[in-house]
Write a protein that binds this ligand. Structure first.
Ligand code: ZN
Length: 280
């Protein structure tokens, strides 16, 4: 984009837009500019709080989070008209960073293991394939295990196989590209897991727990943990299938609490234990 075009784009973003449609149009035309601005703000915030380093890990990290912020801004900003999109974005990003302990400040999310887990769980929130694949990546489960653990019916089971297949064919690869995990980093993760298995699993559990807490909140209806009797009722009366699929893989406590509640004819599955799988 030439200098003149760039100035023109910024100019439009500084003007008041009065309808949601105008907001969508102006923002859609200026995505690269807005993304660059979000990255710049994030970098500044991290630098101001002493959490910035000049390396690729940090660059990849803000790239992913900027894209996520921008996506949220596009959804919520259109409800704020009339507004000046450029300043609304600045306010929006500042607000996300002024909350106590913003999620993305967590230093553990900057390690390869942290980025891997955070990326997978973040993807699971928007993609059903990724959500189902989390059962594999966290617990090493097969489609049959997933069906047994969540107590799905015959008709829903077919979808689980499809989810696994699509994830293996393309979903995993695409997600790794999105979060910027290189082959070398993935190999190093697997090697580290072999070398220091216990410590690796221990660290993974810590990251998974707070990533789960964070991302589960994006579905407030599916957020609360249920008691064992409540789960039991849900399993035996065959309702809440979406709830089970979503909550159980995003809550280490509940997946253990519900173990064994599936129909008796289901294959016996070992009690879920954290066992990270790097590859699909
Ligand atoms: Zn729970």
């Amino acid at each position: 984009m030439g200098m003149a075009d760039q100035t023109e784009v910024i100019g439009r973003l500084e003007d008041v837009v009065s309808t949601a449609e105008d907001f969508d149009r102006v923002v859609a035309q200026a995505l690269p500019t807005l993304l660059e601005r979000t990255r710049y703000s994030m970098r500044r915030f991290l630098r101001d709080t002493g959490q910035w380093s000049e390396d690729t890990a940090h660059e990849k990290f803000i790239l992913r989070w900027s894209a996520e912020y921008l996506e949220r801004f596009m959804l919520s900003g259109r409800n704020e008209v009339p507004c000046r999109p450029l300043y609304l974005l600045d306010a929006f990003v500042a607000k996300l960073h002024s909350r106590p302990e913003p999620f993305c400040y967590h230093p553990e999310l900057l390690t390869p293991l942290g980025r891997f887990i955070d990326g997978l769980v973040a993807r699971a929130v928007v993609s059903r394939d990724a959500l189902i694949a989390l059962y594999h990546h966290c617990y090493g489960m097969s489609p049959r295990d997933v069906i047994a653990v969540t107590g799905l019916s015959e008709s829903e089971s077919q979808r689980i196989y499809k989810n696994f297949r699509r994830w293996r064919e393309s979903g995993w690869q695409r997600t790794m590209e999105m979060i910027g995990m290189t082959d070398a980093e993935l190999e190093e993760l697997a090697a580290e897991q072999k070398r220091h298995h216990q410590q690796f699993t221990h660290e993974a559990e810590r990251v998974i727990r707070f990533a789960q807490d964070h991302y589960r909140k994006s579905e407030p209806d599916y957020y609360p943990c249920l008691s064992r009797p409540e789960w039991e009722a849900m399993f035996s009366e065959a309702y809440g299938h979406d709830y089970r699929l979503w909550h159980l893989v995003l809550c280490m406590d509940c997946v253990q609490k519900t173990w064994g509640l599936g129909p008796k004819r289901m294959p016996i599955v070992e009690k879920p234990r954290l066992e990270i799988r790097v590859r699909p």
